[in-house]
Design a protein around this ligand. Structure first.
Ligand SMILES: O=C(CO)[C@@H](O)[C@H](O)[C@H](O)[C@H](O)COP(=O)(O)O
Ligand SMILES: [Zn+2]
Length: 195
């Protein structure tokens, strides 16, 4: 048992170290796009399945509420939280459309869609990014493995350097917290005025 604990903690540490050495530029580019989106009054629509649905609502809550500083609320929504919309759309049109239908209904040009998928292959996230792109939204992926079929649909993608789903999810939540910090600090704090 001790060995399994140690192995998983070591894998986690390796992923976090590789995020710093290999992905800091991608994180900065994504933060810059999200800051620009919010600065001009557009919103963030965030989605994923399973653990990534939880990440989507965690991210939206930090943006609407607050992350670490007192500041005005900002517009963000997770597309995985409305059980009536999810069951109605899933039942009537198919699970592949649960996010894309909400994008059709809610997205405006200039909004940013954030798709979270460890495999990069969830069809409902893929369809939503396709729909958003056609509607003039930015498409951003928090992905894993080789980025899957979703990566080519993303204007900007962060691919966590791992093939292990839980380690990729741990990378995603770490990056989400960093993005929340950069958004707050860029709009209201020590990075305001930086380009
Ligand atoms: O949290 C976990 C596994 O750690 C699961 O709930 C996982 O999120 C689900 O299997 C998802 O359906 C996987 O989707 P994706 O990350 O490949 O897009
Ligand atoms: Zn999980």
């Amino acid at each position: 048992m001790r060995t399994r604990i140690a192995e998983q903690l070591q894998e986690h540490g390796t992923v976090i170290k590789r995020l710093e050495s290999e992905c800091s530029d991608s994180i900065a580019r994504i933060a810059g796009r999200l800051v620009e989106t919010l600065k001009i009054g557009n919103k963030l629509l965030i989605m994923g399945n399973g653990g990534s649905a939880a990440d989507a609502q965690h991210f939206a809550a930090e943006i609407v509420g607050r992350f670490a500083m007192e500041r005005p609320g900002l517009p963000a929504m997770a597309l995985s939280t409305d059980s009536s919309a999810l069951t109605a759309i899933g039942n009537d049109y198919g699970f592949d459309r649960v996010f894309s239908r909400q994008v059709e209904a809610l997205a405006a040009p200039g909004d940013a869609l954030v798709g979270i998928s460890t495999s990069g292959n969830s069809p409902n996230v893929l369809k939503a990014l396709e729909t958003g792109r056609q509607a003039g939204c930015s498409t951003i992926g928090l992905l894993g493995r080789d980025g899957g079929t979703i990566a080519p649909l993303c204007d900007l993608a962060l691919i966590v350097p791992s093939d292990i789903t839980p380690r990729i999810q741990e990378g995603h939540i770490t990056v989400i917290h960093i993005l929340c910090d950069l958004i707050e600090q860029s709009l209201f704090g020590s990075l305001a005025g930086d380009r």
